[in-house]
Design a protein around this ligand. Structure first.
Ligand SMILES: *Cc1c(COP(=O)(O)O)cnc(C)c1O
Length: 361
């Protein structure tokens, strides 16, 4: 097996220590040992989520909770803010769940405009809004603070915010900004293997869920709440990942949350500087560029596929050659998780070596 170093925007590299933590023994998920493990994670989770509400653990990828939120919270109609692959897909998922749903669509790489969102909500048609904070497909980070201040003007509209690729990279004060549902997954910035989704739900959102029929069982928010009071999950959870979470949270608290944010910001700057120095541009406007990853616009018209393949085969480095309809027109580099100045410099020097043969003569 070849050990590639991953710089794709998820899954990201998982440390040996995290894998070791996963090999702690499983226990009964109704046992005092499990309750202790579950409850040990809560204070750090609440600190990271910047909330007083409970933080729930679902054994699924992030999409489980993204779909679950729609099933739990939409009575009238959902407005899906769409600016890239993940946010676009959420509309489709809402419709598949049998809900009325409308798009608020902007071009991939553009941000959602709070003023435009406001005029949509003023129609009074919507009781739920979905938003991807950091659109991973485009490396674009939406102006969440401004968007949340619009949403707070509409007390009957519940907000569901996907922070899958921004959680723990930047501060997202759930309670202060009035976010109703915030969710993330284990395999992005938390640098754990895939399989665990983490989310927190406001009191307002629970009140809504209580009135919504067809919530199902597996992602029923009320099941999560009642089990949480006992230090448990509704069904048997992925215990090895909860061991990994416990280890990861300790590491994050040891580093210090503000230090973690600063580290990501700095590493992101290093990649941005490289992009500029080569004559490339970012896909989003610089002020909305993600701090978790860099989506490079292929304005130099290089053979992105060849560049990615050569990095992979000759340098054992994996970057992403563009998502969906912008494959080849963009490429993406992650600085999430445990990356350091050394590991990003390692990437940059290898990209430099490989890139020269792909640039126009
Ligand atoms: C990766 C990602 C998802 C999907 O996560 P899964 O864990 O594959 O379900 C959703 N939203 C964003 C922004 C992502 O980056």
């Amino acid at each position: 097996m070849i050990d590639y170093k991953l710089y794709i925007p998820g899954p990201v590299n998982v440390s040996k220590e995290t894998y070791q933590a996963m090999s702690s023994p499983v226990m009964g998920h109704r046992s005092p040992d499990f309750v202790e493990l579950y409850q040990k994670c809560q204070p750090s989770l609440q600190k990271l989520f910047e909330t007083k509400d409970p933080v729930f653990l679902a054994t699924s990828s992030a999409w489980g909770v993204m779909e679950g939120a729609i099933r739990n919270l939409c009575q009238k109609k959902v407005l899906c803010c769409m600016c890239g692959a993940f946010s676009d897909k959420w509309l489709n998922v809402a419709k598949r769940a049998g809900k009325n749903a409308d798009p608020l669509q902007v071009e991939w790489g553009q941000n959602i405009d709070p003023a435009e969102l406001k005029s949509c909500l003023e129609t009074g048609e919507y009781d739920l809004v979905t938003l991807v904070h950091n659109e991973t497909s485009c490396g674009m980070m939406n102006p969440l603070k401004e968007i949340m201040s619009v949403l707070r003007e509409f007390p009957d509209v519940i907000s569901v915010i996907d922070t899958v690729s921004s959680f723990s990279v930047v501060s997202i004060p759930k309670d202060d900004w009035g976010i109703d549902v915030i969710l993330t997954g284990s395999q992005k910035a938390l640098a754990m293997p895939p399989g665990l989704a983490l989310f927190s739900v406001s009191e307002r959102a629970f009140q809504r869920a209580e009135q919504v029929a067809g919530r199902g069982y597996y992602f029923d928010f009320l099941e999560f709440r009642s089990n949480h009071t006992k230090g448990m999950t509704p069904s048997t959870p992925v215990i090895p990942l909860i061991h990994a979470l416990n280890y990861t949270l300790k590491k994050i608290m040891d580093e210090g949350v503000p230090n973690r944010h600063k580290r990501h910001d700095h590493l992101n700057q290093l990649v941005h500087q490289w992009v500029k120095s080569k004559g490339f541009e970012l896909l989003p406007k610089p002020e909305f560029a993600s701090k978790s990853l860099t989506c490079v616009r292929n304005n130099l018209n290089i053979d992105v596929g060849g560049f990615v393949k050569t990095l992979r085969e000759e340098k054992k480095i994996s970057i992403d050659g563009g998502y969906g309809k912008i494959k080849g027109k963009t490429f993406r580099i992650s600085n999430m998780g445990d990356e350091t100045v050394d590991s990003i410099n390692h990437l940059i020097s290898n990209m430099d070596e490989v890139l020269s043969s792909f640039l126009p003569a």
